[in-house]
Design a protein around this ligand. Sequence first.
Ligand code: UDP
Ligand code: MG
Length: 333
Amino acid sequence: MMRSMREHVSVVVPVYNEAENLPELRRRLAAALDSTGRPWEVIFVNDASTDGSAAIVRDFHREDGRFKLISFSRNFGHQPAITAGIHQATGACVILLDGDLQDPPEVVPAMVEKWAEGYQVVLGERISRVDGAGARGIGFRLFYPFMRRLVDLPTGPDAGIFGLMDRAVIDQFNRLPERNRFIPGLRTWLGFKRTSVPYARQARAGGQPKQTLGRLIKYALDGMISFSYKPLRWVTYMGFAVSGVTFLLAVYYFITFFAFHKKWGEGFTTIIICVLFLGGIQMISIGILGEYVARIYEEVKQRPLYVVEETVGLGTGRSGGKDSEELSLSRLA
Ligand code: UDP
Ligand code: MG
């Protein structure tokens, strides 16, 4: 199935203090989108930047109405920002792209082409990356392979958020109610006809990474916990393993005591090690349980995912109702 050239493309870009990258991003993105020959819009989601990013996007909008802006009332994070952009996007397909030029805009036309051929999800597959050797770099490299083994989902290529989703996928995505969002996982969970386009993940163009290490760890935990019960199963296995070893030890002690009349007087070290070991296992187990319980609590509270302070160039949005602040206010009323 070929898609009509009149169907338009939306791009969602989360922005947190990316002022120095925005002009180049705009130039390269506009060139890439123009080359598709389709109508397009770019929605910048300003996650409460403090460096004037919002003013820059407002200027973009003044010069070219296809650039639009959503500003949050405070910093909510990467995944809520992307979600807000997706809620407002009206395109026949939506492309997600980071605001730091790590995802090169030049790959976008290839994604649109795959979509025009009939694919509904087009992933940007990272064939190389330049994350460096620091804790973040090692973390990124370990996380995705680990995640792929852990989760109860079909495995996919090495892909982050960079990718395209068809309107049919976006409409389903907008029905997902959860607060703790791991968007690559949700996208895999949704299914649909998929393909990928290879690209080389670039170094961040300017500035420091805006995701703190703490946020990245939470993101990684969200990924594992929202898509897998395996950590809970590990707790069970640990319990069985410890009980099994204890039982064998008990048998050993009884036999040596009754059959060989061995006196078990000493053993200070053994006792200390056993007690601390069990204490550690119990705390880890409670911690794992706690990760699930905390997420249940957050889901139950049903707070909106983000609060919008200002929009520029956007209507009420196509499906913005679900998580936007209007709904939560009407719920209070
Ligand atoms: N970002 C955001 N809110 C945040 C942190 C980051 O909207 O609280 C944006 C940021 O501006 C960038 C994208 O999310 O466009 C990815 O962030 P970053 O490059 O810091 O993360 P990394 O590439 O290290 O995962
Ligand atoms: Mg980045």
